[in-house]
Design a protein. Structure first.
Lengths: 392, 94
């Protein structure tokens, strides 16, 4: 449990918390709700918050989805239209937000053992039909928000499963690494959202790394836009090239890092670099990307990073995490080093020197031992013949 | 009244621009937009704070005076003005 929960639930009586949960500002409300839920759990009560408007009476700690309709206003959250366990709505946006947030919850729970956004069963709130012709989806620090699109360039944003996984992951990042939303840490924040968005899609569709389209936001652009998706992990910079929108500006390599003022320093642009590193890692390793590559990224995000973080620091952290999870010098760690090298980021020399000697001859070539085998041979010799795994 | 709206960021990370010269609008639109703009300029701007992930930044230039707003922290007249301009205008590449 986080310290503010302890502090709050230890010293503020539940009736005052209840008042804050109803009337405080957003942050206060969240904390009060957390504390109420935590204290209710400790007392063995089924639910402390059932009486608070907008909160549905579902046992704390599980999957608790609520979809709201903002009815083309910018007022959040809007009217409750579907709660946990309720039958499907006639409105596809409602059902997509409900199903997508449910699949994202299931993905995090089944694959990484995470209980919702905060790992404490935080409610999954989504508002659809936000604004007029609102061509966007966002995480406002508390809930997911989806627009209908303008029908000219953009369809509704709930259409794409990975968009939902992306938004919910912003919540995960907020409660873990808390990467500030600007420049390199912001681009990492974006990249982690893209990574777990695509992994959730792959997991749902039971796709291996080789089978995935590695596209973010496929189906969001209307047919009038010349493009396949909003971003591409496989080939950043190629997702669209349109007369109105221009060309996908994402770089795939540090040499092409874009120093721009808009978009919080190009957080959605430069995320192409860590995105592509993840793609390289996942396809080098092959198989189910959420199992090894995803696990390294998940542990890095939730346990190794906090606050201002550069690409270099993130790369180094994934390298260390790979060793902790799968063995120093083992295939995953070698692949992590290769993957970052592929986007122009060399793992810090001191880190590499501190670990077992690794063989890095050709950055573009994937060559490593099967998991387990290399861990028993920490000092790999450059000249030794090695088995090569084919990239499917 | 000339209003230039630049939307940047958002999930797609795109920059889109719209420009409106109310002098060229039908009287009803001109009246509505000029009223909204006046109400918006009278509304206090939210204190600057870190943007929400994937929120769009809106730079609204009204007769040469710039205002910056973000999704999720927008007084109602600003939201109405921005939505109106988006609906009116044609998206143009930066």
């Amino acid at each position: 449990m986080r310290c503010h929960h302890i502090a709050v639930c230890g010293f503020i009586p539940p009736d005052i918390l209840d008042h804050i949960a109803r009337n405080g500002d957003q942050k206060q409300q969240d904390r009060a709700r957390h504390a109420l839920e935590a204290s209710a759990e400790m007392r063995g009560e089924r639910r402390a918050l059932g009486a608070i408007p907008g909160l549905l009476a579902v046992a704390p700690g599980g999957k608790r989805r609520t979809v709201y309709d903002a009815k083309k206003t910018r007022d959040l959250p809007g009217t409750v239209v579907r709660g946990e366990g309720n039958p499907a709505s006639k409105d596809p946006a409602v059902n997509e937000a409900y199903e997508g947030s449910g699949k994202t919850y299931d993905f995090y729970k089944a694959v990484y053992g995470r209980n919702s956004i905060d790992d404490h069963g935080l409610r999954l709130d989504s508002s659809v039909h936000f604004g007029v012709a609102f061509s966007n989806a966002l995480w406002n620090g508390k809930q997911m928000v989806y627009g209908d699109g303008d029908d000219k360039l953009f369809n509704r944003f709930t259409r794409s499963l990975d968009v939902i996984g992306h938004e919910l992951t912003h919540g995960v990042t907020q409660y873990s690494a808390a990467l500030p939303y600007h420049d390199e840490p912001g681009a990492l924040n974006e990249s982690f959202s893209d990574v777990f968005g695509i992994l959730m899609k792959q997991w749902t569709l039971k796709q291996t790394a080789a089978k995935s389209d590695w596209l973010v936001g496929e189906g969001i652009f209307t047919k009038q836009v010349h493009g396949v998706a909003i971003r591409s992990f496989k080939a950043p910079g190629t997702a669209y090239d349109d007369k109105v929108l221009g060309k996908d500006p994402q770089p795939a390599h540090m040499k092409d890092y874009k120093h721009i003022q808009t978009d919080a320093g190009g957080v959605h642009t430069n995320s192409g670099i860590p995105n592509h590193a993840f793609y390289l890692l996942a396809t080098m390793l092959g198989g189910k990307a959420w199992e090894v590559a995803g696990k390294i990224w998940y542990v890095t995000l939730t346990q190794k990073l906090h606050g201002e973080t550069s690409f270099q620091q993130c790369a180094d952290a994934t390298y260390k995490t790979a060793a902790e999870l799968f063995g120093a010098g083992a295939a995953p760690q070698q692949a992590v080093l290769q993957a970052w090298k592929g986007v122009g980021i060399d793992i810090s020399a001191a880190l590499v020197a501190a670990g077992p000697k690794l063989t890095v001859k050709k950055p573009e070539v994937v060559a490593f031992e099967p998991p387990g085998a290399a861990a028993e041979v920490p000092n790999l010799d450059v000249t030794a013949p090695r088995r090569r795994l084919s990239v499917k | 009244m000339r209003i230039a709206l630049t939307r940047s960021g958002g999930f797609a990370g795109l920059t889109l621009r719209n420009e409106v010269d109310t002098a060229h609008l039908p009287a009803a639109d001109r009246h509505a937009i000029e009223e909204l703009a006046a109400a918006a300029r009278a509304a206090p701007l939210p204190r600057e704070s870190p943007a929400h992930p994937d929120s769009i930044a809106y730079e609204v230039d009204i007769d040469g005076k710039p205002y910056v707003l973000h999704d999720g922290k927008m007084p109602a007249p600003w939201a109405q003005l921005i939505d109106r301009i988006v609906l009116l205008g044609t998206a143009a590449a930066p």
